[in-house]
Design a protein around this ligand. Structure first.
Ligand SMILES: Cc1cc2nc3c(=O)[nH]c(=O)nc-3n(C[C@H](O)[C@H](O)[C@H](O)COP(=O)(O)O)c2cc1C
Length: 344
């Protein structure tokens, strides 16, 4: 596939092709083109799929784990959950009702879940309406405009947050400064560890590259000519203090912050990832941007402090800021083609 550009081709899906593919299994394979557009930690895309008698078996690909950034595979499992959310949203758009059967046993070689599909005249509207956002969603790490969320969008977002009240929580204004300080401390702690930086460096890609995974330099504002040096710089220099100041300012200037909470077992994390992606698609539909500031969750001691601030019986898993982007993300991050993650 010489004309395959991992930063554009996977994102340009001609949805009318769905009606041209022949047979149920081919249609399910088509839906996977949307599943692989889900966000994932370091854009590692730690998933694989198999079309089976029941529907689609979803596996976590533990060969893509991040032992330093994500030693308990929490982000890995939420990433897989995000791909399930995209699968269900696309299925609803094309007229399917979906049921997810979660695998309670935690052996790594078992699928984490199986998604069953049934054709219906009334697919779930709360899923189907998120469909256009799948290809439009981008993580935007740039500063946001200094303004609050507009009223109609805020009210739609609040309704959505209420529906997912066990998993998604707004950070109250009162806690914002303390959380910004935790983010700052998290950056300093994580980046001071050369092993953490080396792992991160392995997933940084030049802006122009044939890589189908990882994060390109432009996602962090690194211009083309020096983006190829990104991994080397990350390994050599402790950017912690500078990153800490930058991220603290992002947190302080955000229109809002949202925490994802869930228990640490596999099914809870998969489900949290589904809620996360539905939130990101909802934000995208409302014209609101977001990025992750998970540092306090990734440092054990800080995670406890963050949890103590929340009114949730479940521990924090992710921390996001939201707001209106000054600049849209110019180019999507790469993806592996769906065919390459479907087991034969
Ligand atoms: C579970 C999870 C954790 C993530 N953690 C971070 C993070 O800590 N910092 C960050 O900048 N991006 C984080 N991301 C965003 C990914 O880096 C991003 O989804 C990926 O690079 C693909 O880019 P896209 O979201 O624009 O498609 C996370 C995404 C997921 C799903």
């Amino acid at each position: 596939m010489s004309d395959f550009d991992p930063r554009t081709t996977p994102w340009q899906i001609d949805e009318s092709e769905f009606y041209e593919v022949e047979g149920h299994n081919a249609q399910l394979a088509f839906l996977l083109r949307y599943a692989v557009l889900a966000p994932s930690s370091h854009n590692a895309q730690p998933w694989s799929f198999a079309i089976c008698d029941e529907g689609i078996a979803v596996r976590a690909d533990y060969t893509r784990r991040l032992p330093l950034a994500d030693p308990r595979d929490r982000e890995l499992l939420m990433s897989v959950g995000a791909s399930i959310a995209n699968l269900r949203v696309a299925a609803a758009h094309f007229g399917y009702e979906t049921t997810v059967m979660y695998q309670a046993r935690e052996e790594e070689d078992l699928p984490v879940a199986t998604v069953a599909f049934r054709e219906t005249c009334s697919p779930a509207p709360e899923l189907a309406r998120l469909f256009p956002a799948i290809t439009a969603r981008r993580t935007n790490r740039q500063p946001f405009e200094p303004r609050t969320i507009e009223d109609p969008a805020l009210s739609a977002l609040c309704d959505f947050m209420d529906e997912h009240g066990k998993t998604l929580h707004f950070v109250v204004t009162h806690d914002r400064e303390r959380i910004a300080a935790l983010i700052e401390e998290g950056d300093r702690t994580l980046m001071a560890d050369p092993a953490f930086r080396t792992e991160f460096a392995r997933w940084i890609r030049p802006n122009v590259s044939s890589a189908t995974d990882g994060i390109c330099g432009d996602a962090f504002g690194i211009p083309g000519p020096i983006s190829a040096l990104g991994p080397w710089l990350m390994r050599q220099i402790d950017i912690g203090p500078a990153q800490a100041r930058h991220d603290r300012a992002l947190a302080q200037g955000a229109a809002g912050m949202i925490v994802v909470t869930a228990e640490d077992d596999r099914t809870s994390l998969i489900r949290a990832g589904e809620s996360l992606e539905r939130l990101l698609l909802m934000l995208t539909s409302l014209g609101i941007s977001y990025s992750f500031l998970n540092q306090p969750v990734e440092v054990g001691a800080l995670r406890g402090e963050l949890w103590a601030m929340l009114r949730s019986p479940h521990p924090p898993q992710l921390l996001l800021r939201i707001g209106y982007a000054v600049r849209p993300v110019a180019k999507a991050m790469p993806r592996r083609p769906a065919e390459s993650v479907v087991a034969r």
